[in-house]
Design a protein around this ligand. Structure first.
Ligand SMILES: C[S@@+](CC[C@H](N)C(=O)[O-])C[C@H]1O[C@@H](n2cnc3c(N)ncnc32)[C@H](O)[C@@H]1O
Length: 234
């Protein structure tokens, strides 16, 4: 499993992702699917630096950010003063009561946790979610290629702010961009060495079904085809 030292280093540059149009679109899609209503209590499982938490608060949701990394949650705290942040390990029982959350989301997190823990993670989501509560999960899938995300961003940015402004931004952000590619390379290497596994295309859907969820959506291809999103109801 990638440890907290890895995430600590990665978090020094992680929020550069906020500059990438496909990442922003992914966060928007998750919020749209979550359909946050005023006052909804939402668990963000693997909250990291809180980019999703910011979006949930904008939509008047109450965020509980759960993550292994104190450094990630430290950055999260600065962005979302109202969020409750809890340090913990998703591969262990969650420190929340049964039927506690209105909604649960988890973005690009469970794929970094070995397959043997995943069913228990979804079981815990089921336990802490209120009856009729909604879960939205998105994870990177096999064949992950971060270059596709970057190239799509460049193309979309050309259209949005023009070639000149895009190139200036690319140059300005060159060093953190290279670091992000390096950390993604390490993630891919972990996958190839078999220490953990990117998601199989139907894996999320199967886990949701096995752990008792209903109304499981078809796979939705997100993040420039690099991830699959599913929604379900308890
Ligand atoms: C790629 S980041 C995604 C962060 C955030 N969800 C986002 O959308 O940007 C993966 C996150 O999973 C967290 N994580 C990895 N293993 C974990 C575990 N076993 N328990 C809790 N969090 C974990 C890491 O600390 C990191 O914040």
């Amino acid at each position: 499993m990638l440890n907290t030292t890895f995430w600590k280093k990665y978090f020094e540059v992680y929020d550069l992702l906020n500059e990438l149009i496909p990442y922003r679109e992914l966060l928007d899609k998750i919020c749209e699917e979550l359909d946050v209503k005023n006052g909804d209590l939402v668990l963000d499982a693997g909250a990291g630096t809180g980019n999703l938490g910011v979006e949930i608060e904008k939509r008047d949701g109450r965020v509980v950010g759960f993550d292994l990394s104190p450094e990630g949650l430290g950055i999260h705290k600065k962005k979302t003063p109202f969020a409750e942040l809890v340090i913990g390990d998703l591969s262990r029982p969650l420190p929340f009561e049964n039927n506690y959350f209105d909604k649960i989301c988890s973005n690009n997190t469970i794929y970094t946790i070995p397959r043997k823990y995943r069913e228990d993670i979804f079981r815990e989501f089921y336990r802490v979610l209120k009856p009729r509560g909604k879960v939205v999960v998105s994870n990177i899938t096999l064949g992950f290629n971060p270059f596709k995300i970057y190239l799509t961003h460049i193309k979309q940015s050309f259209r949005k702010i023009g070639i000149m402004n895009t190139m200036l931004k690319v140059i300005k952000l060159a060093i953190p961009t290279i670091k992000i590619f390096y950390y993604n390379h390490l993630i891919q290497k972990e996958d190839r060495s078999g220490r953990y596994d990117f998601f199989e295309v139907d894996e999320q859907k199967d886990l949701l079904r096995k752990t008792g969820f209903t109304n499981i959506s078809e796979n939705k291809s997100v993040y420039v085809g690099q991830a699959v999103l599913n929604t379900a109801i308890k």
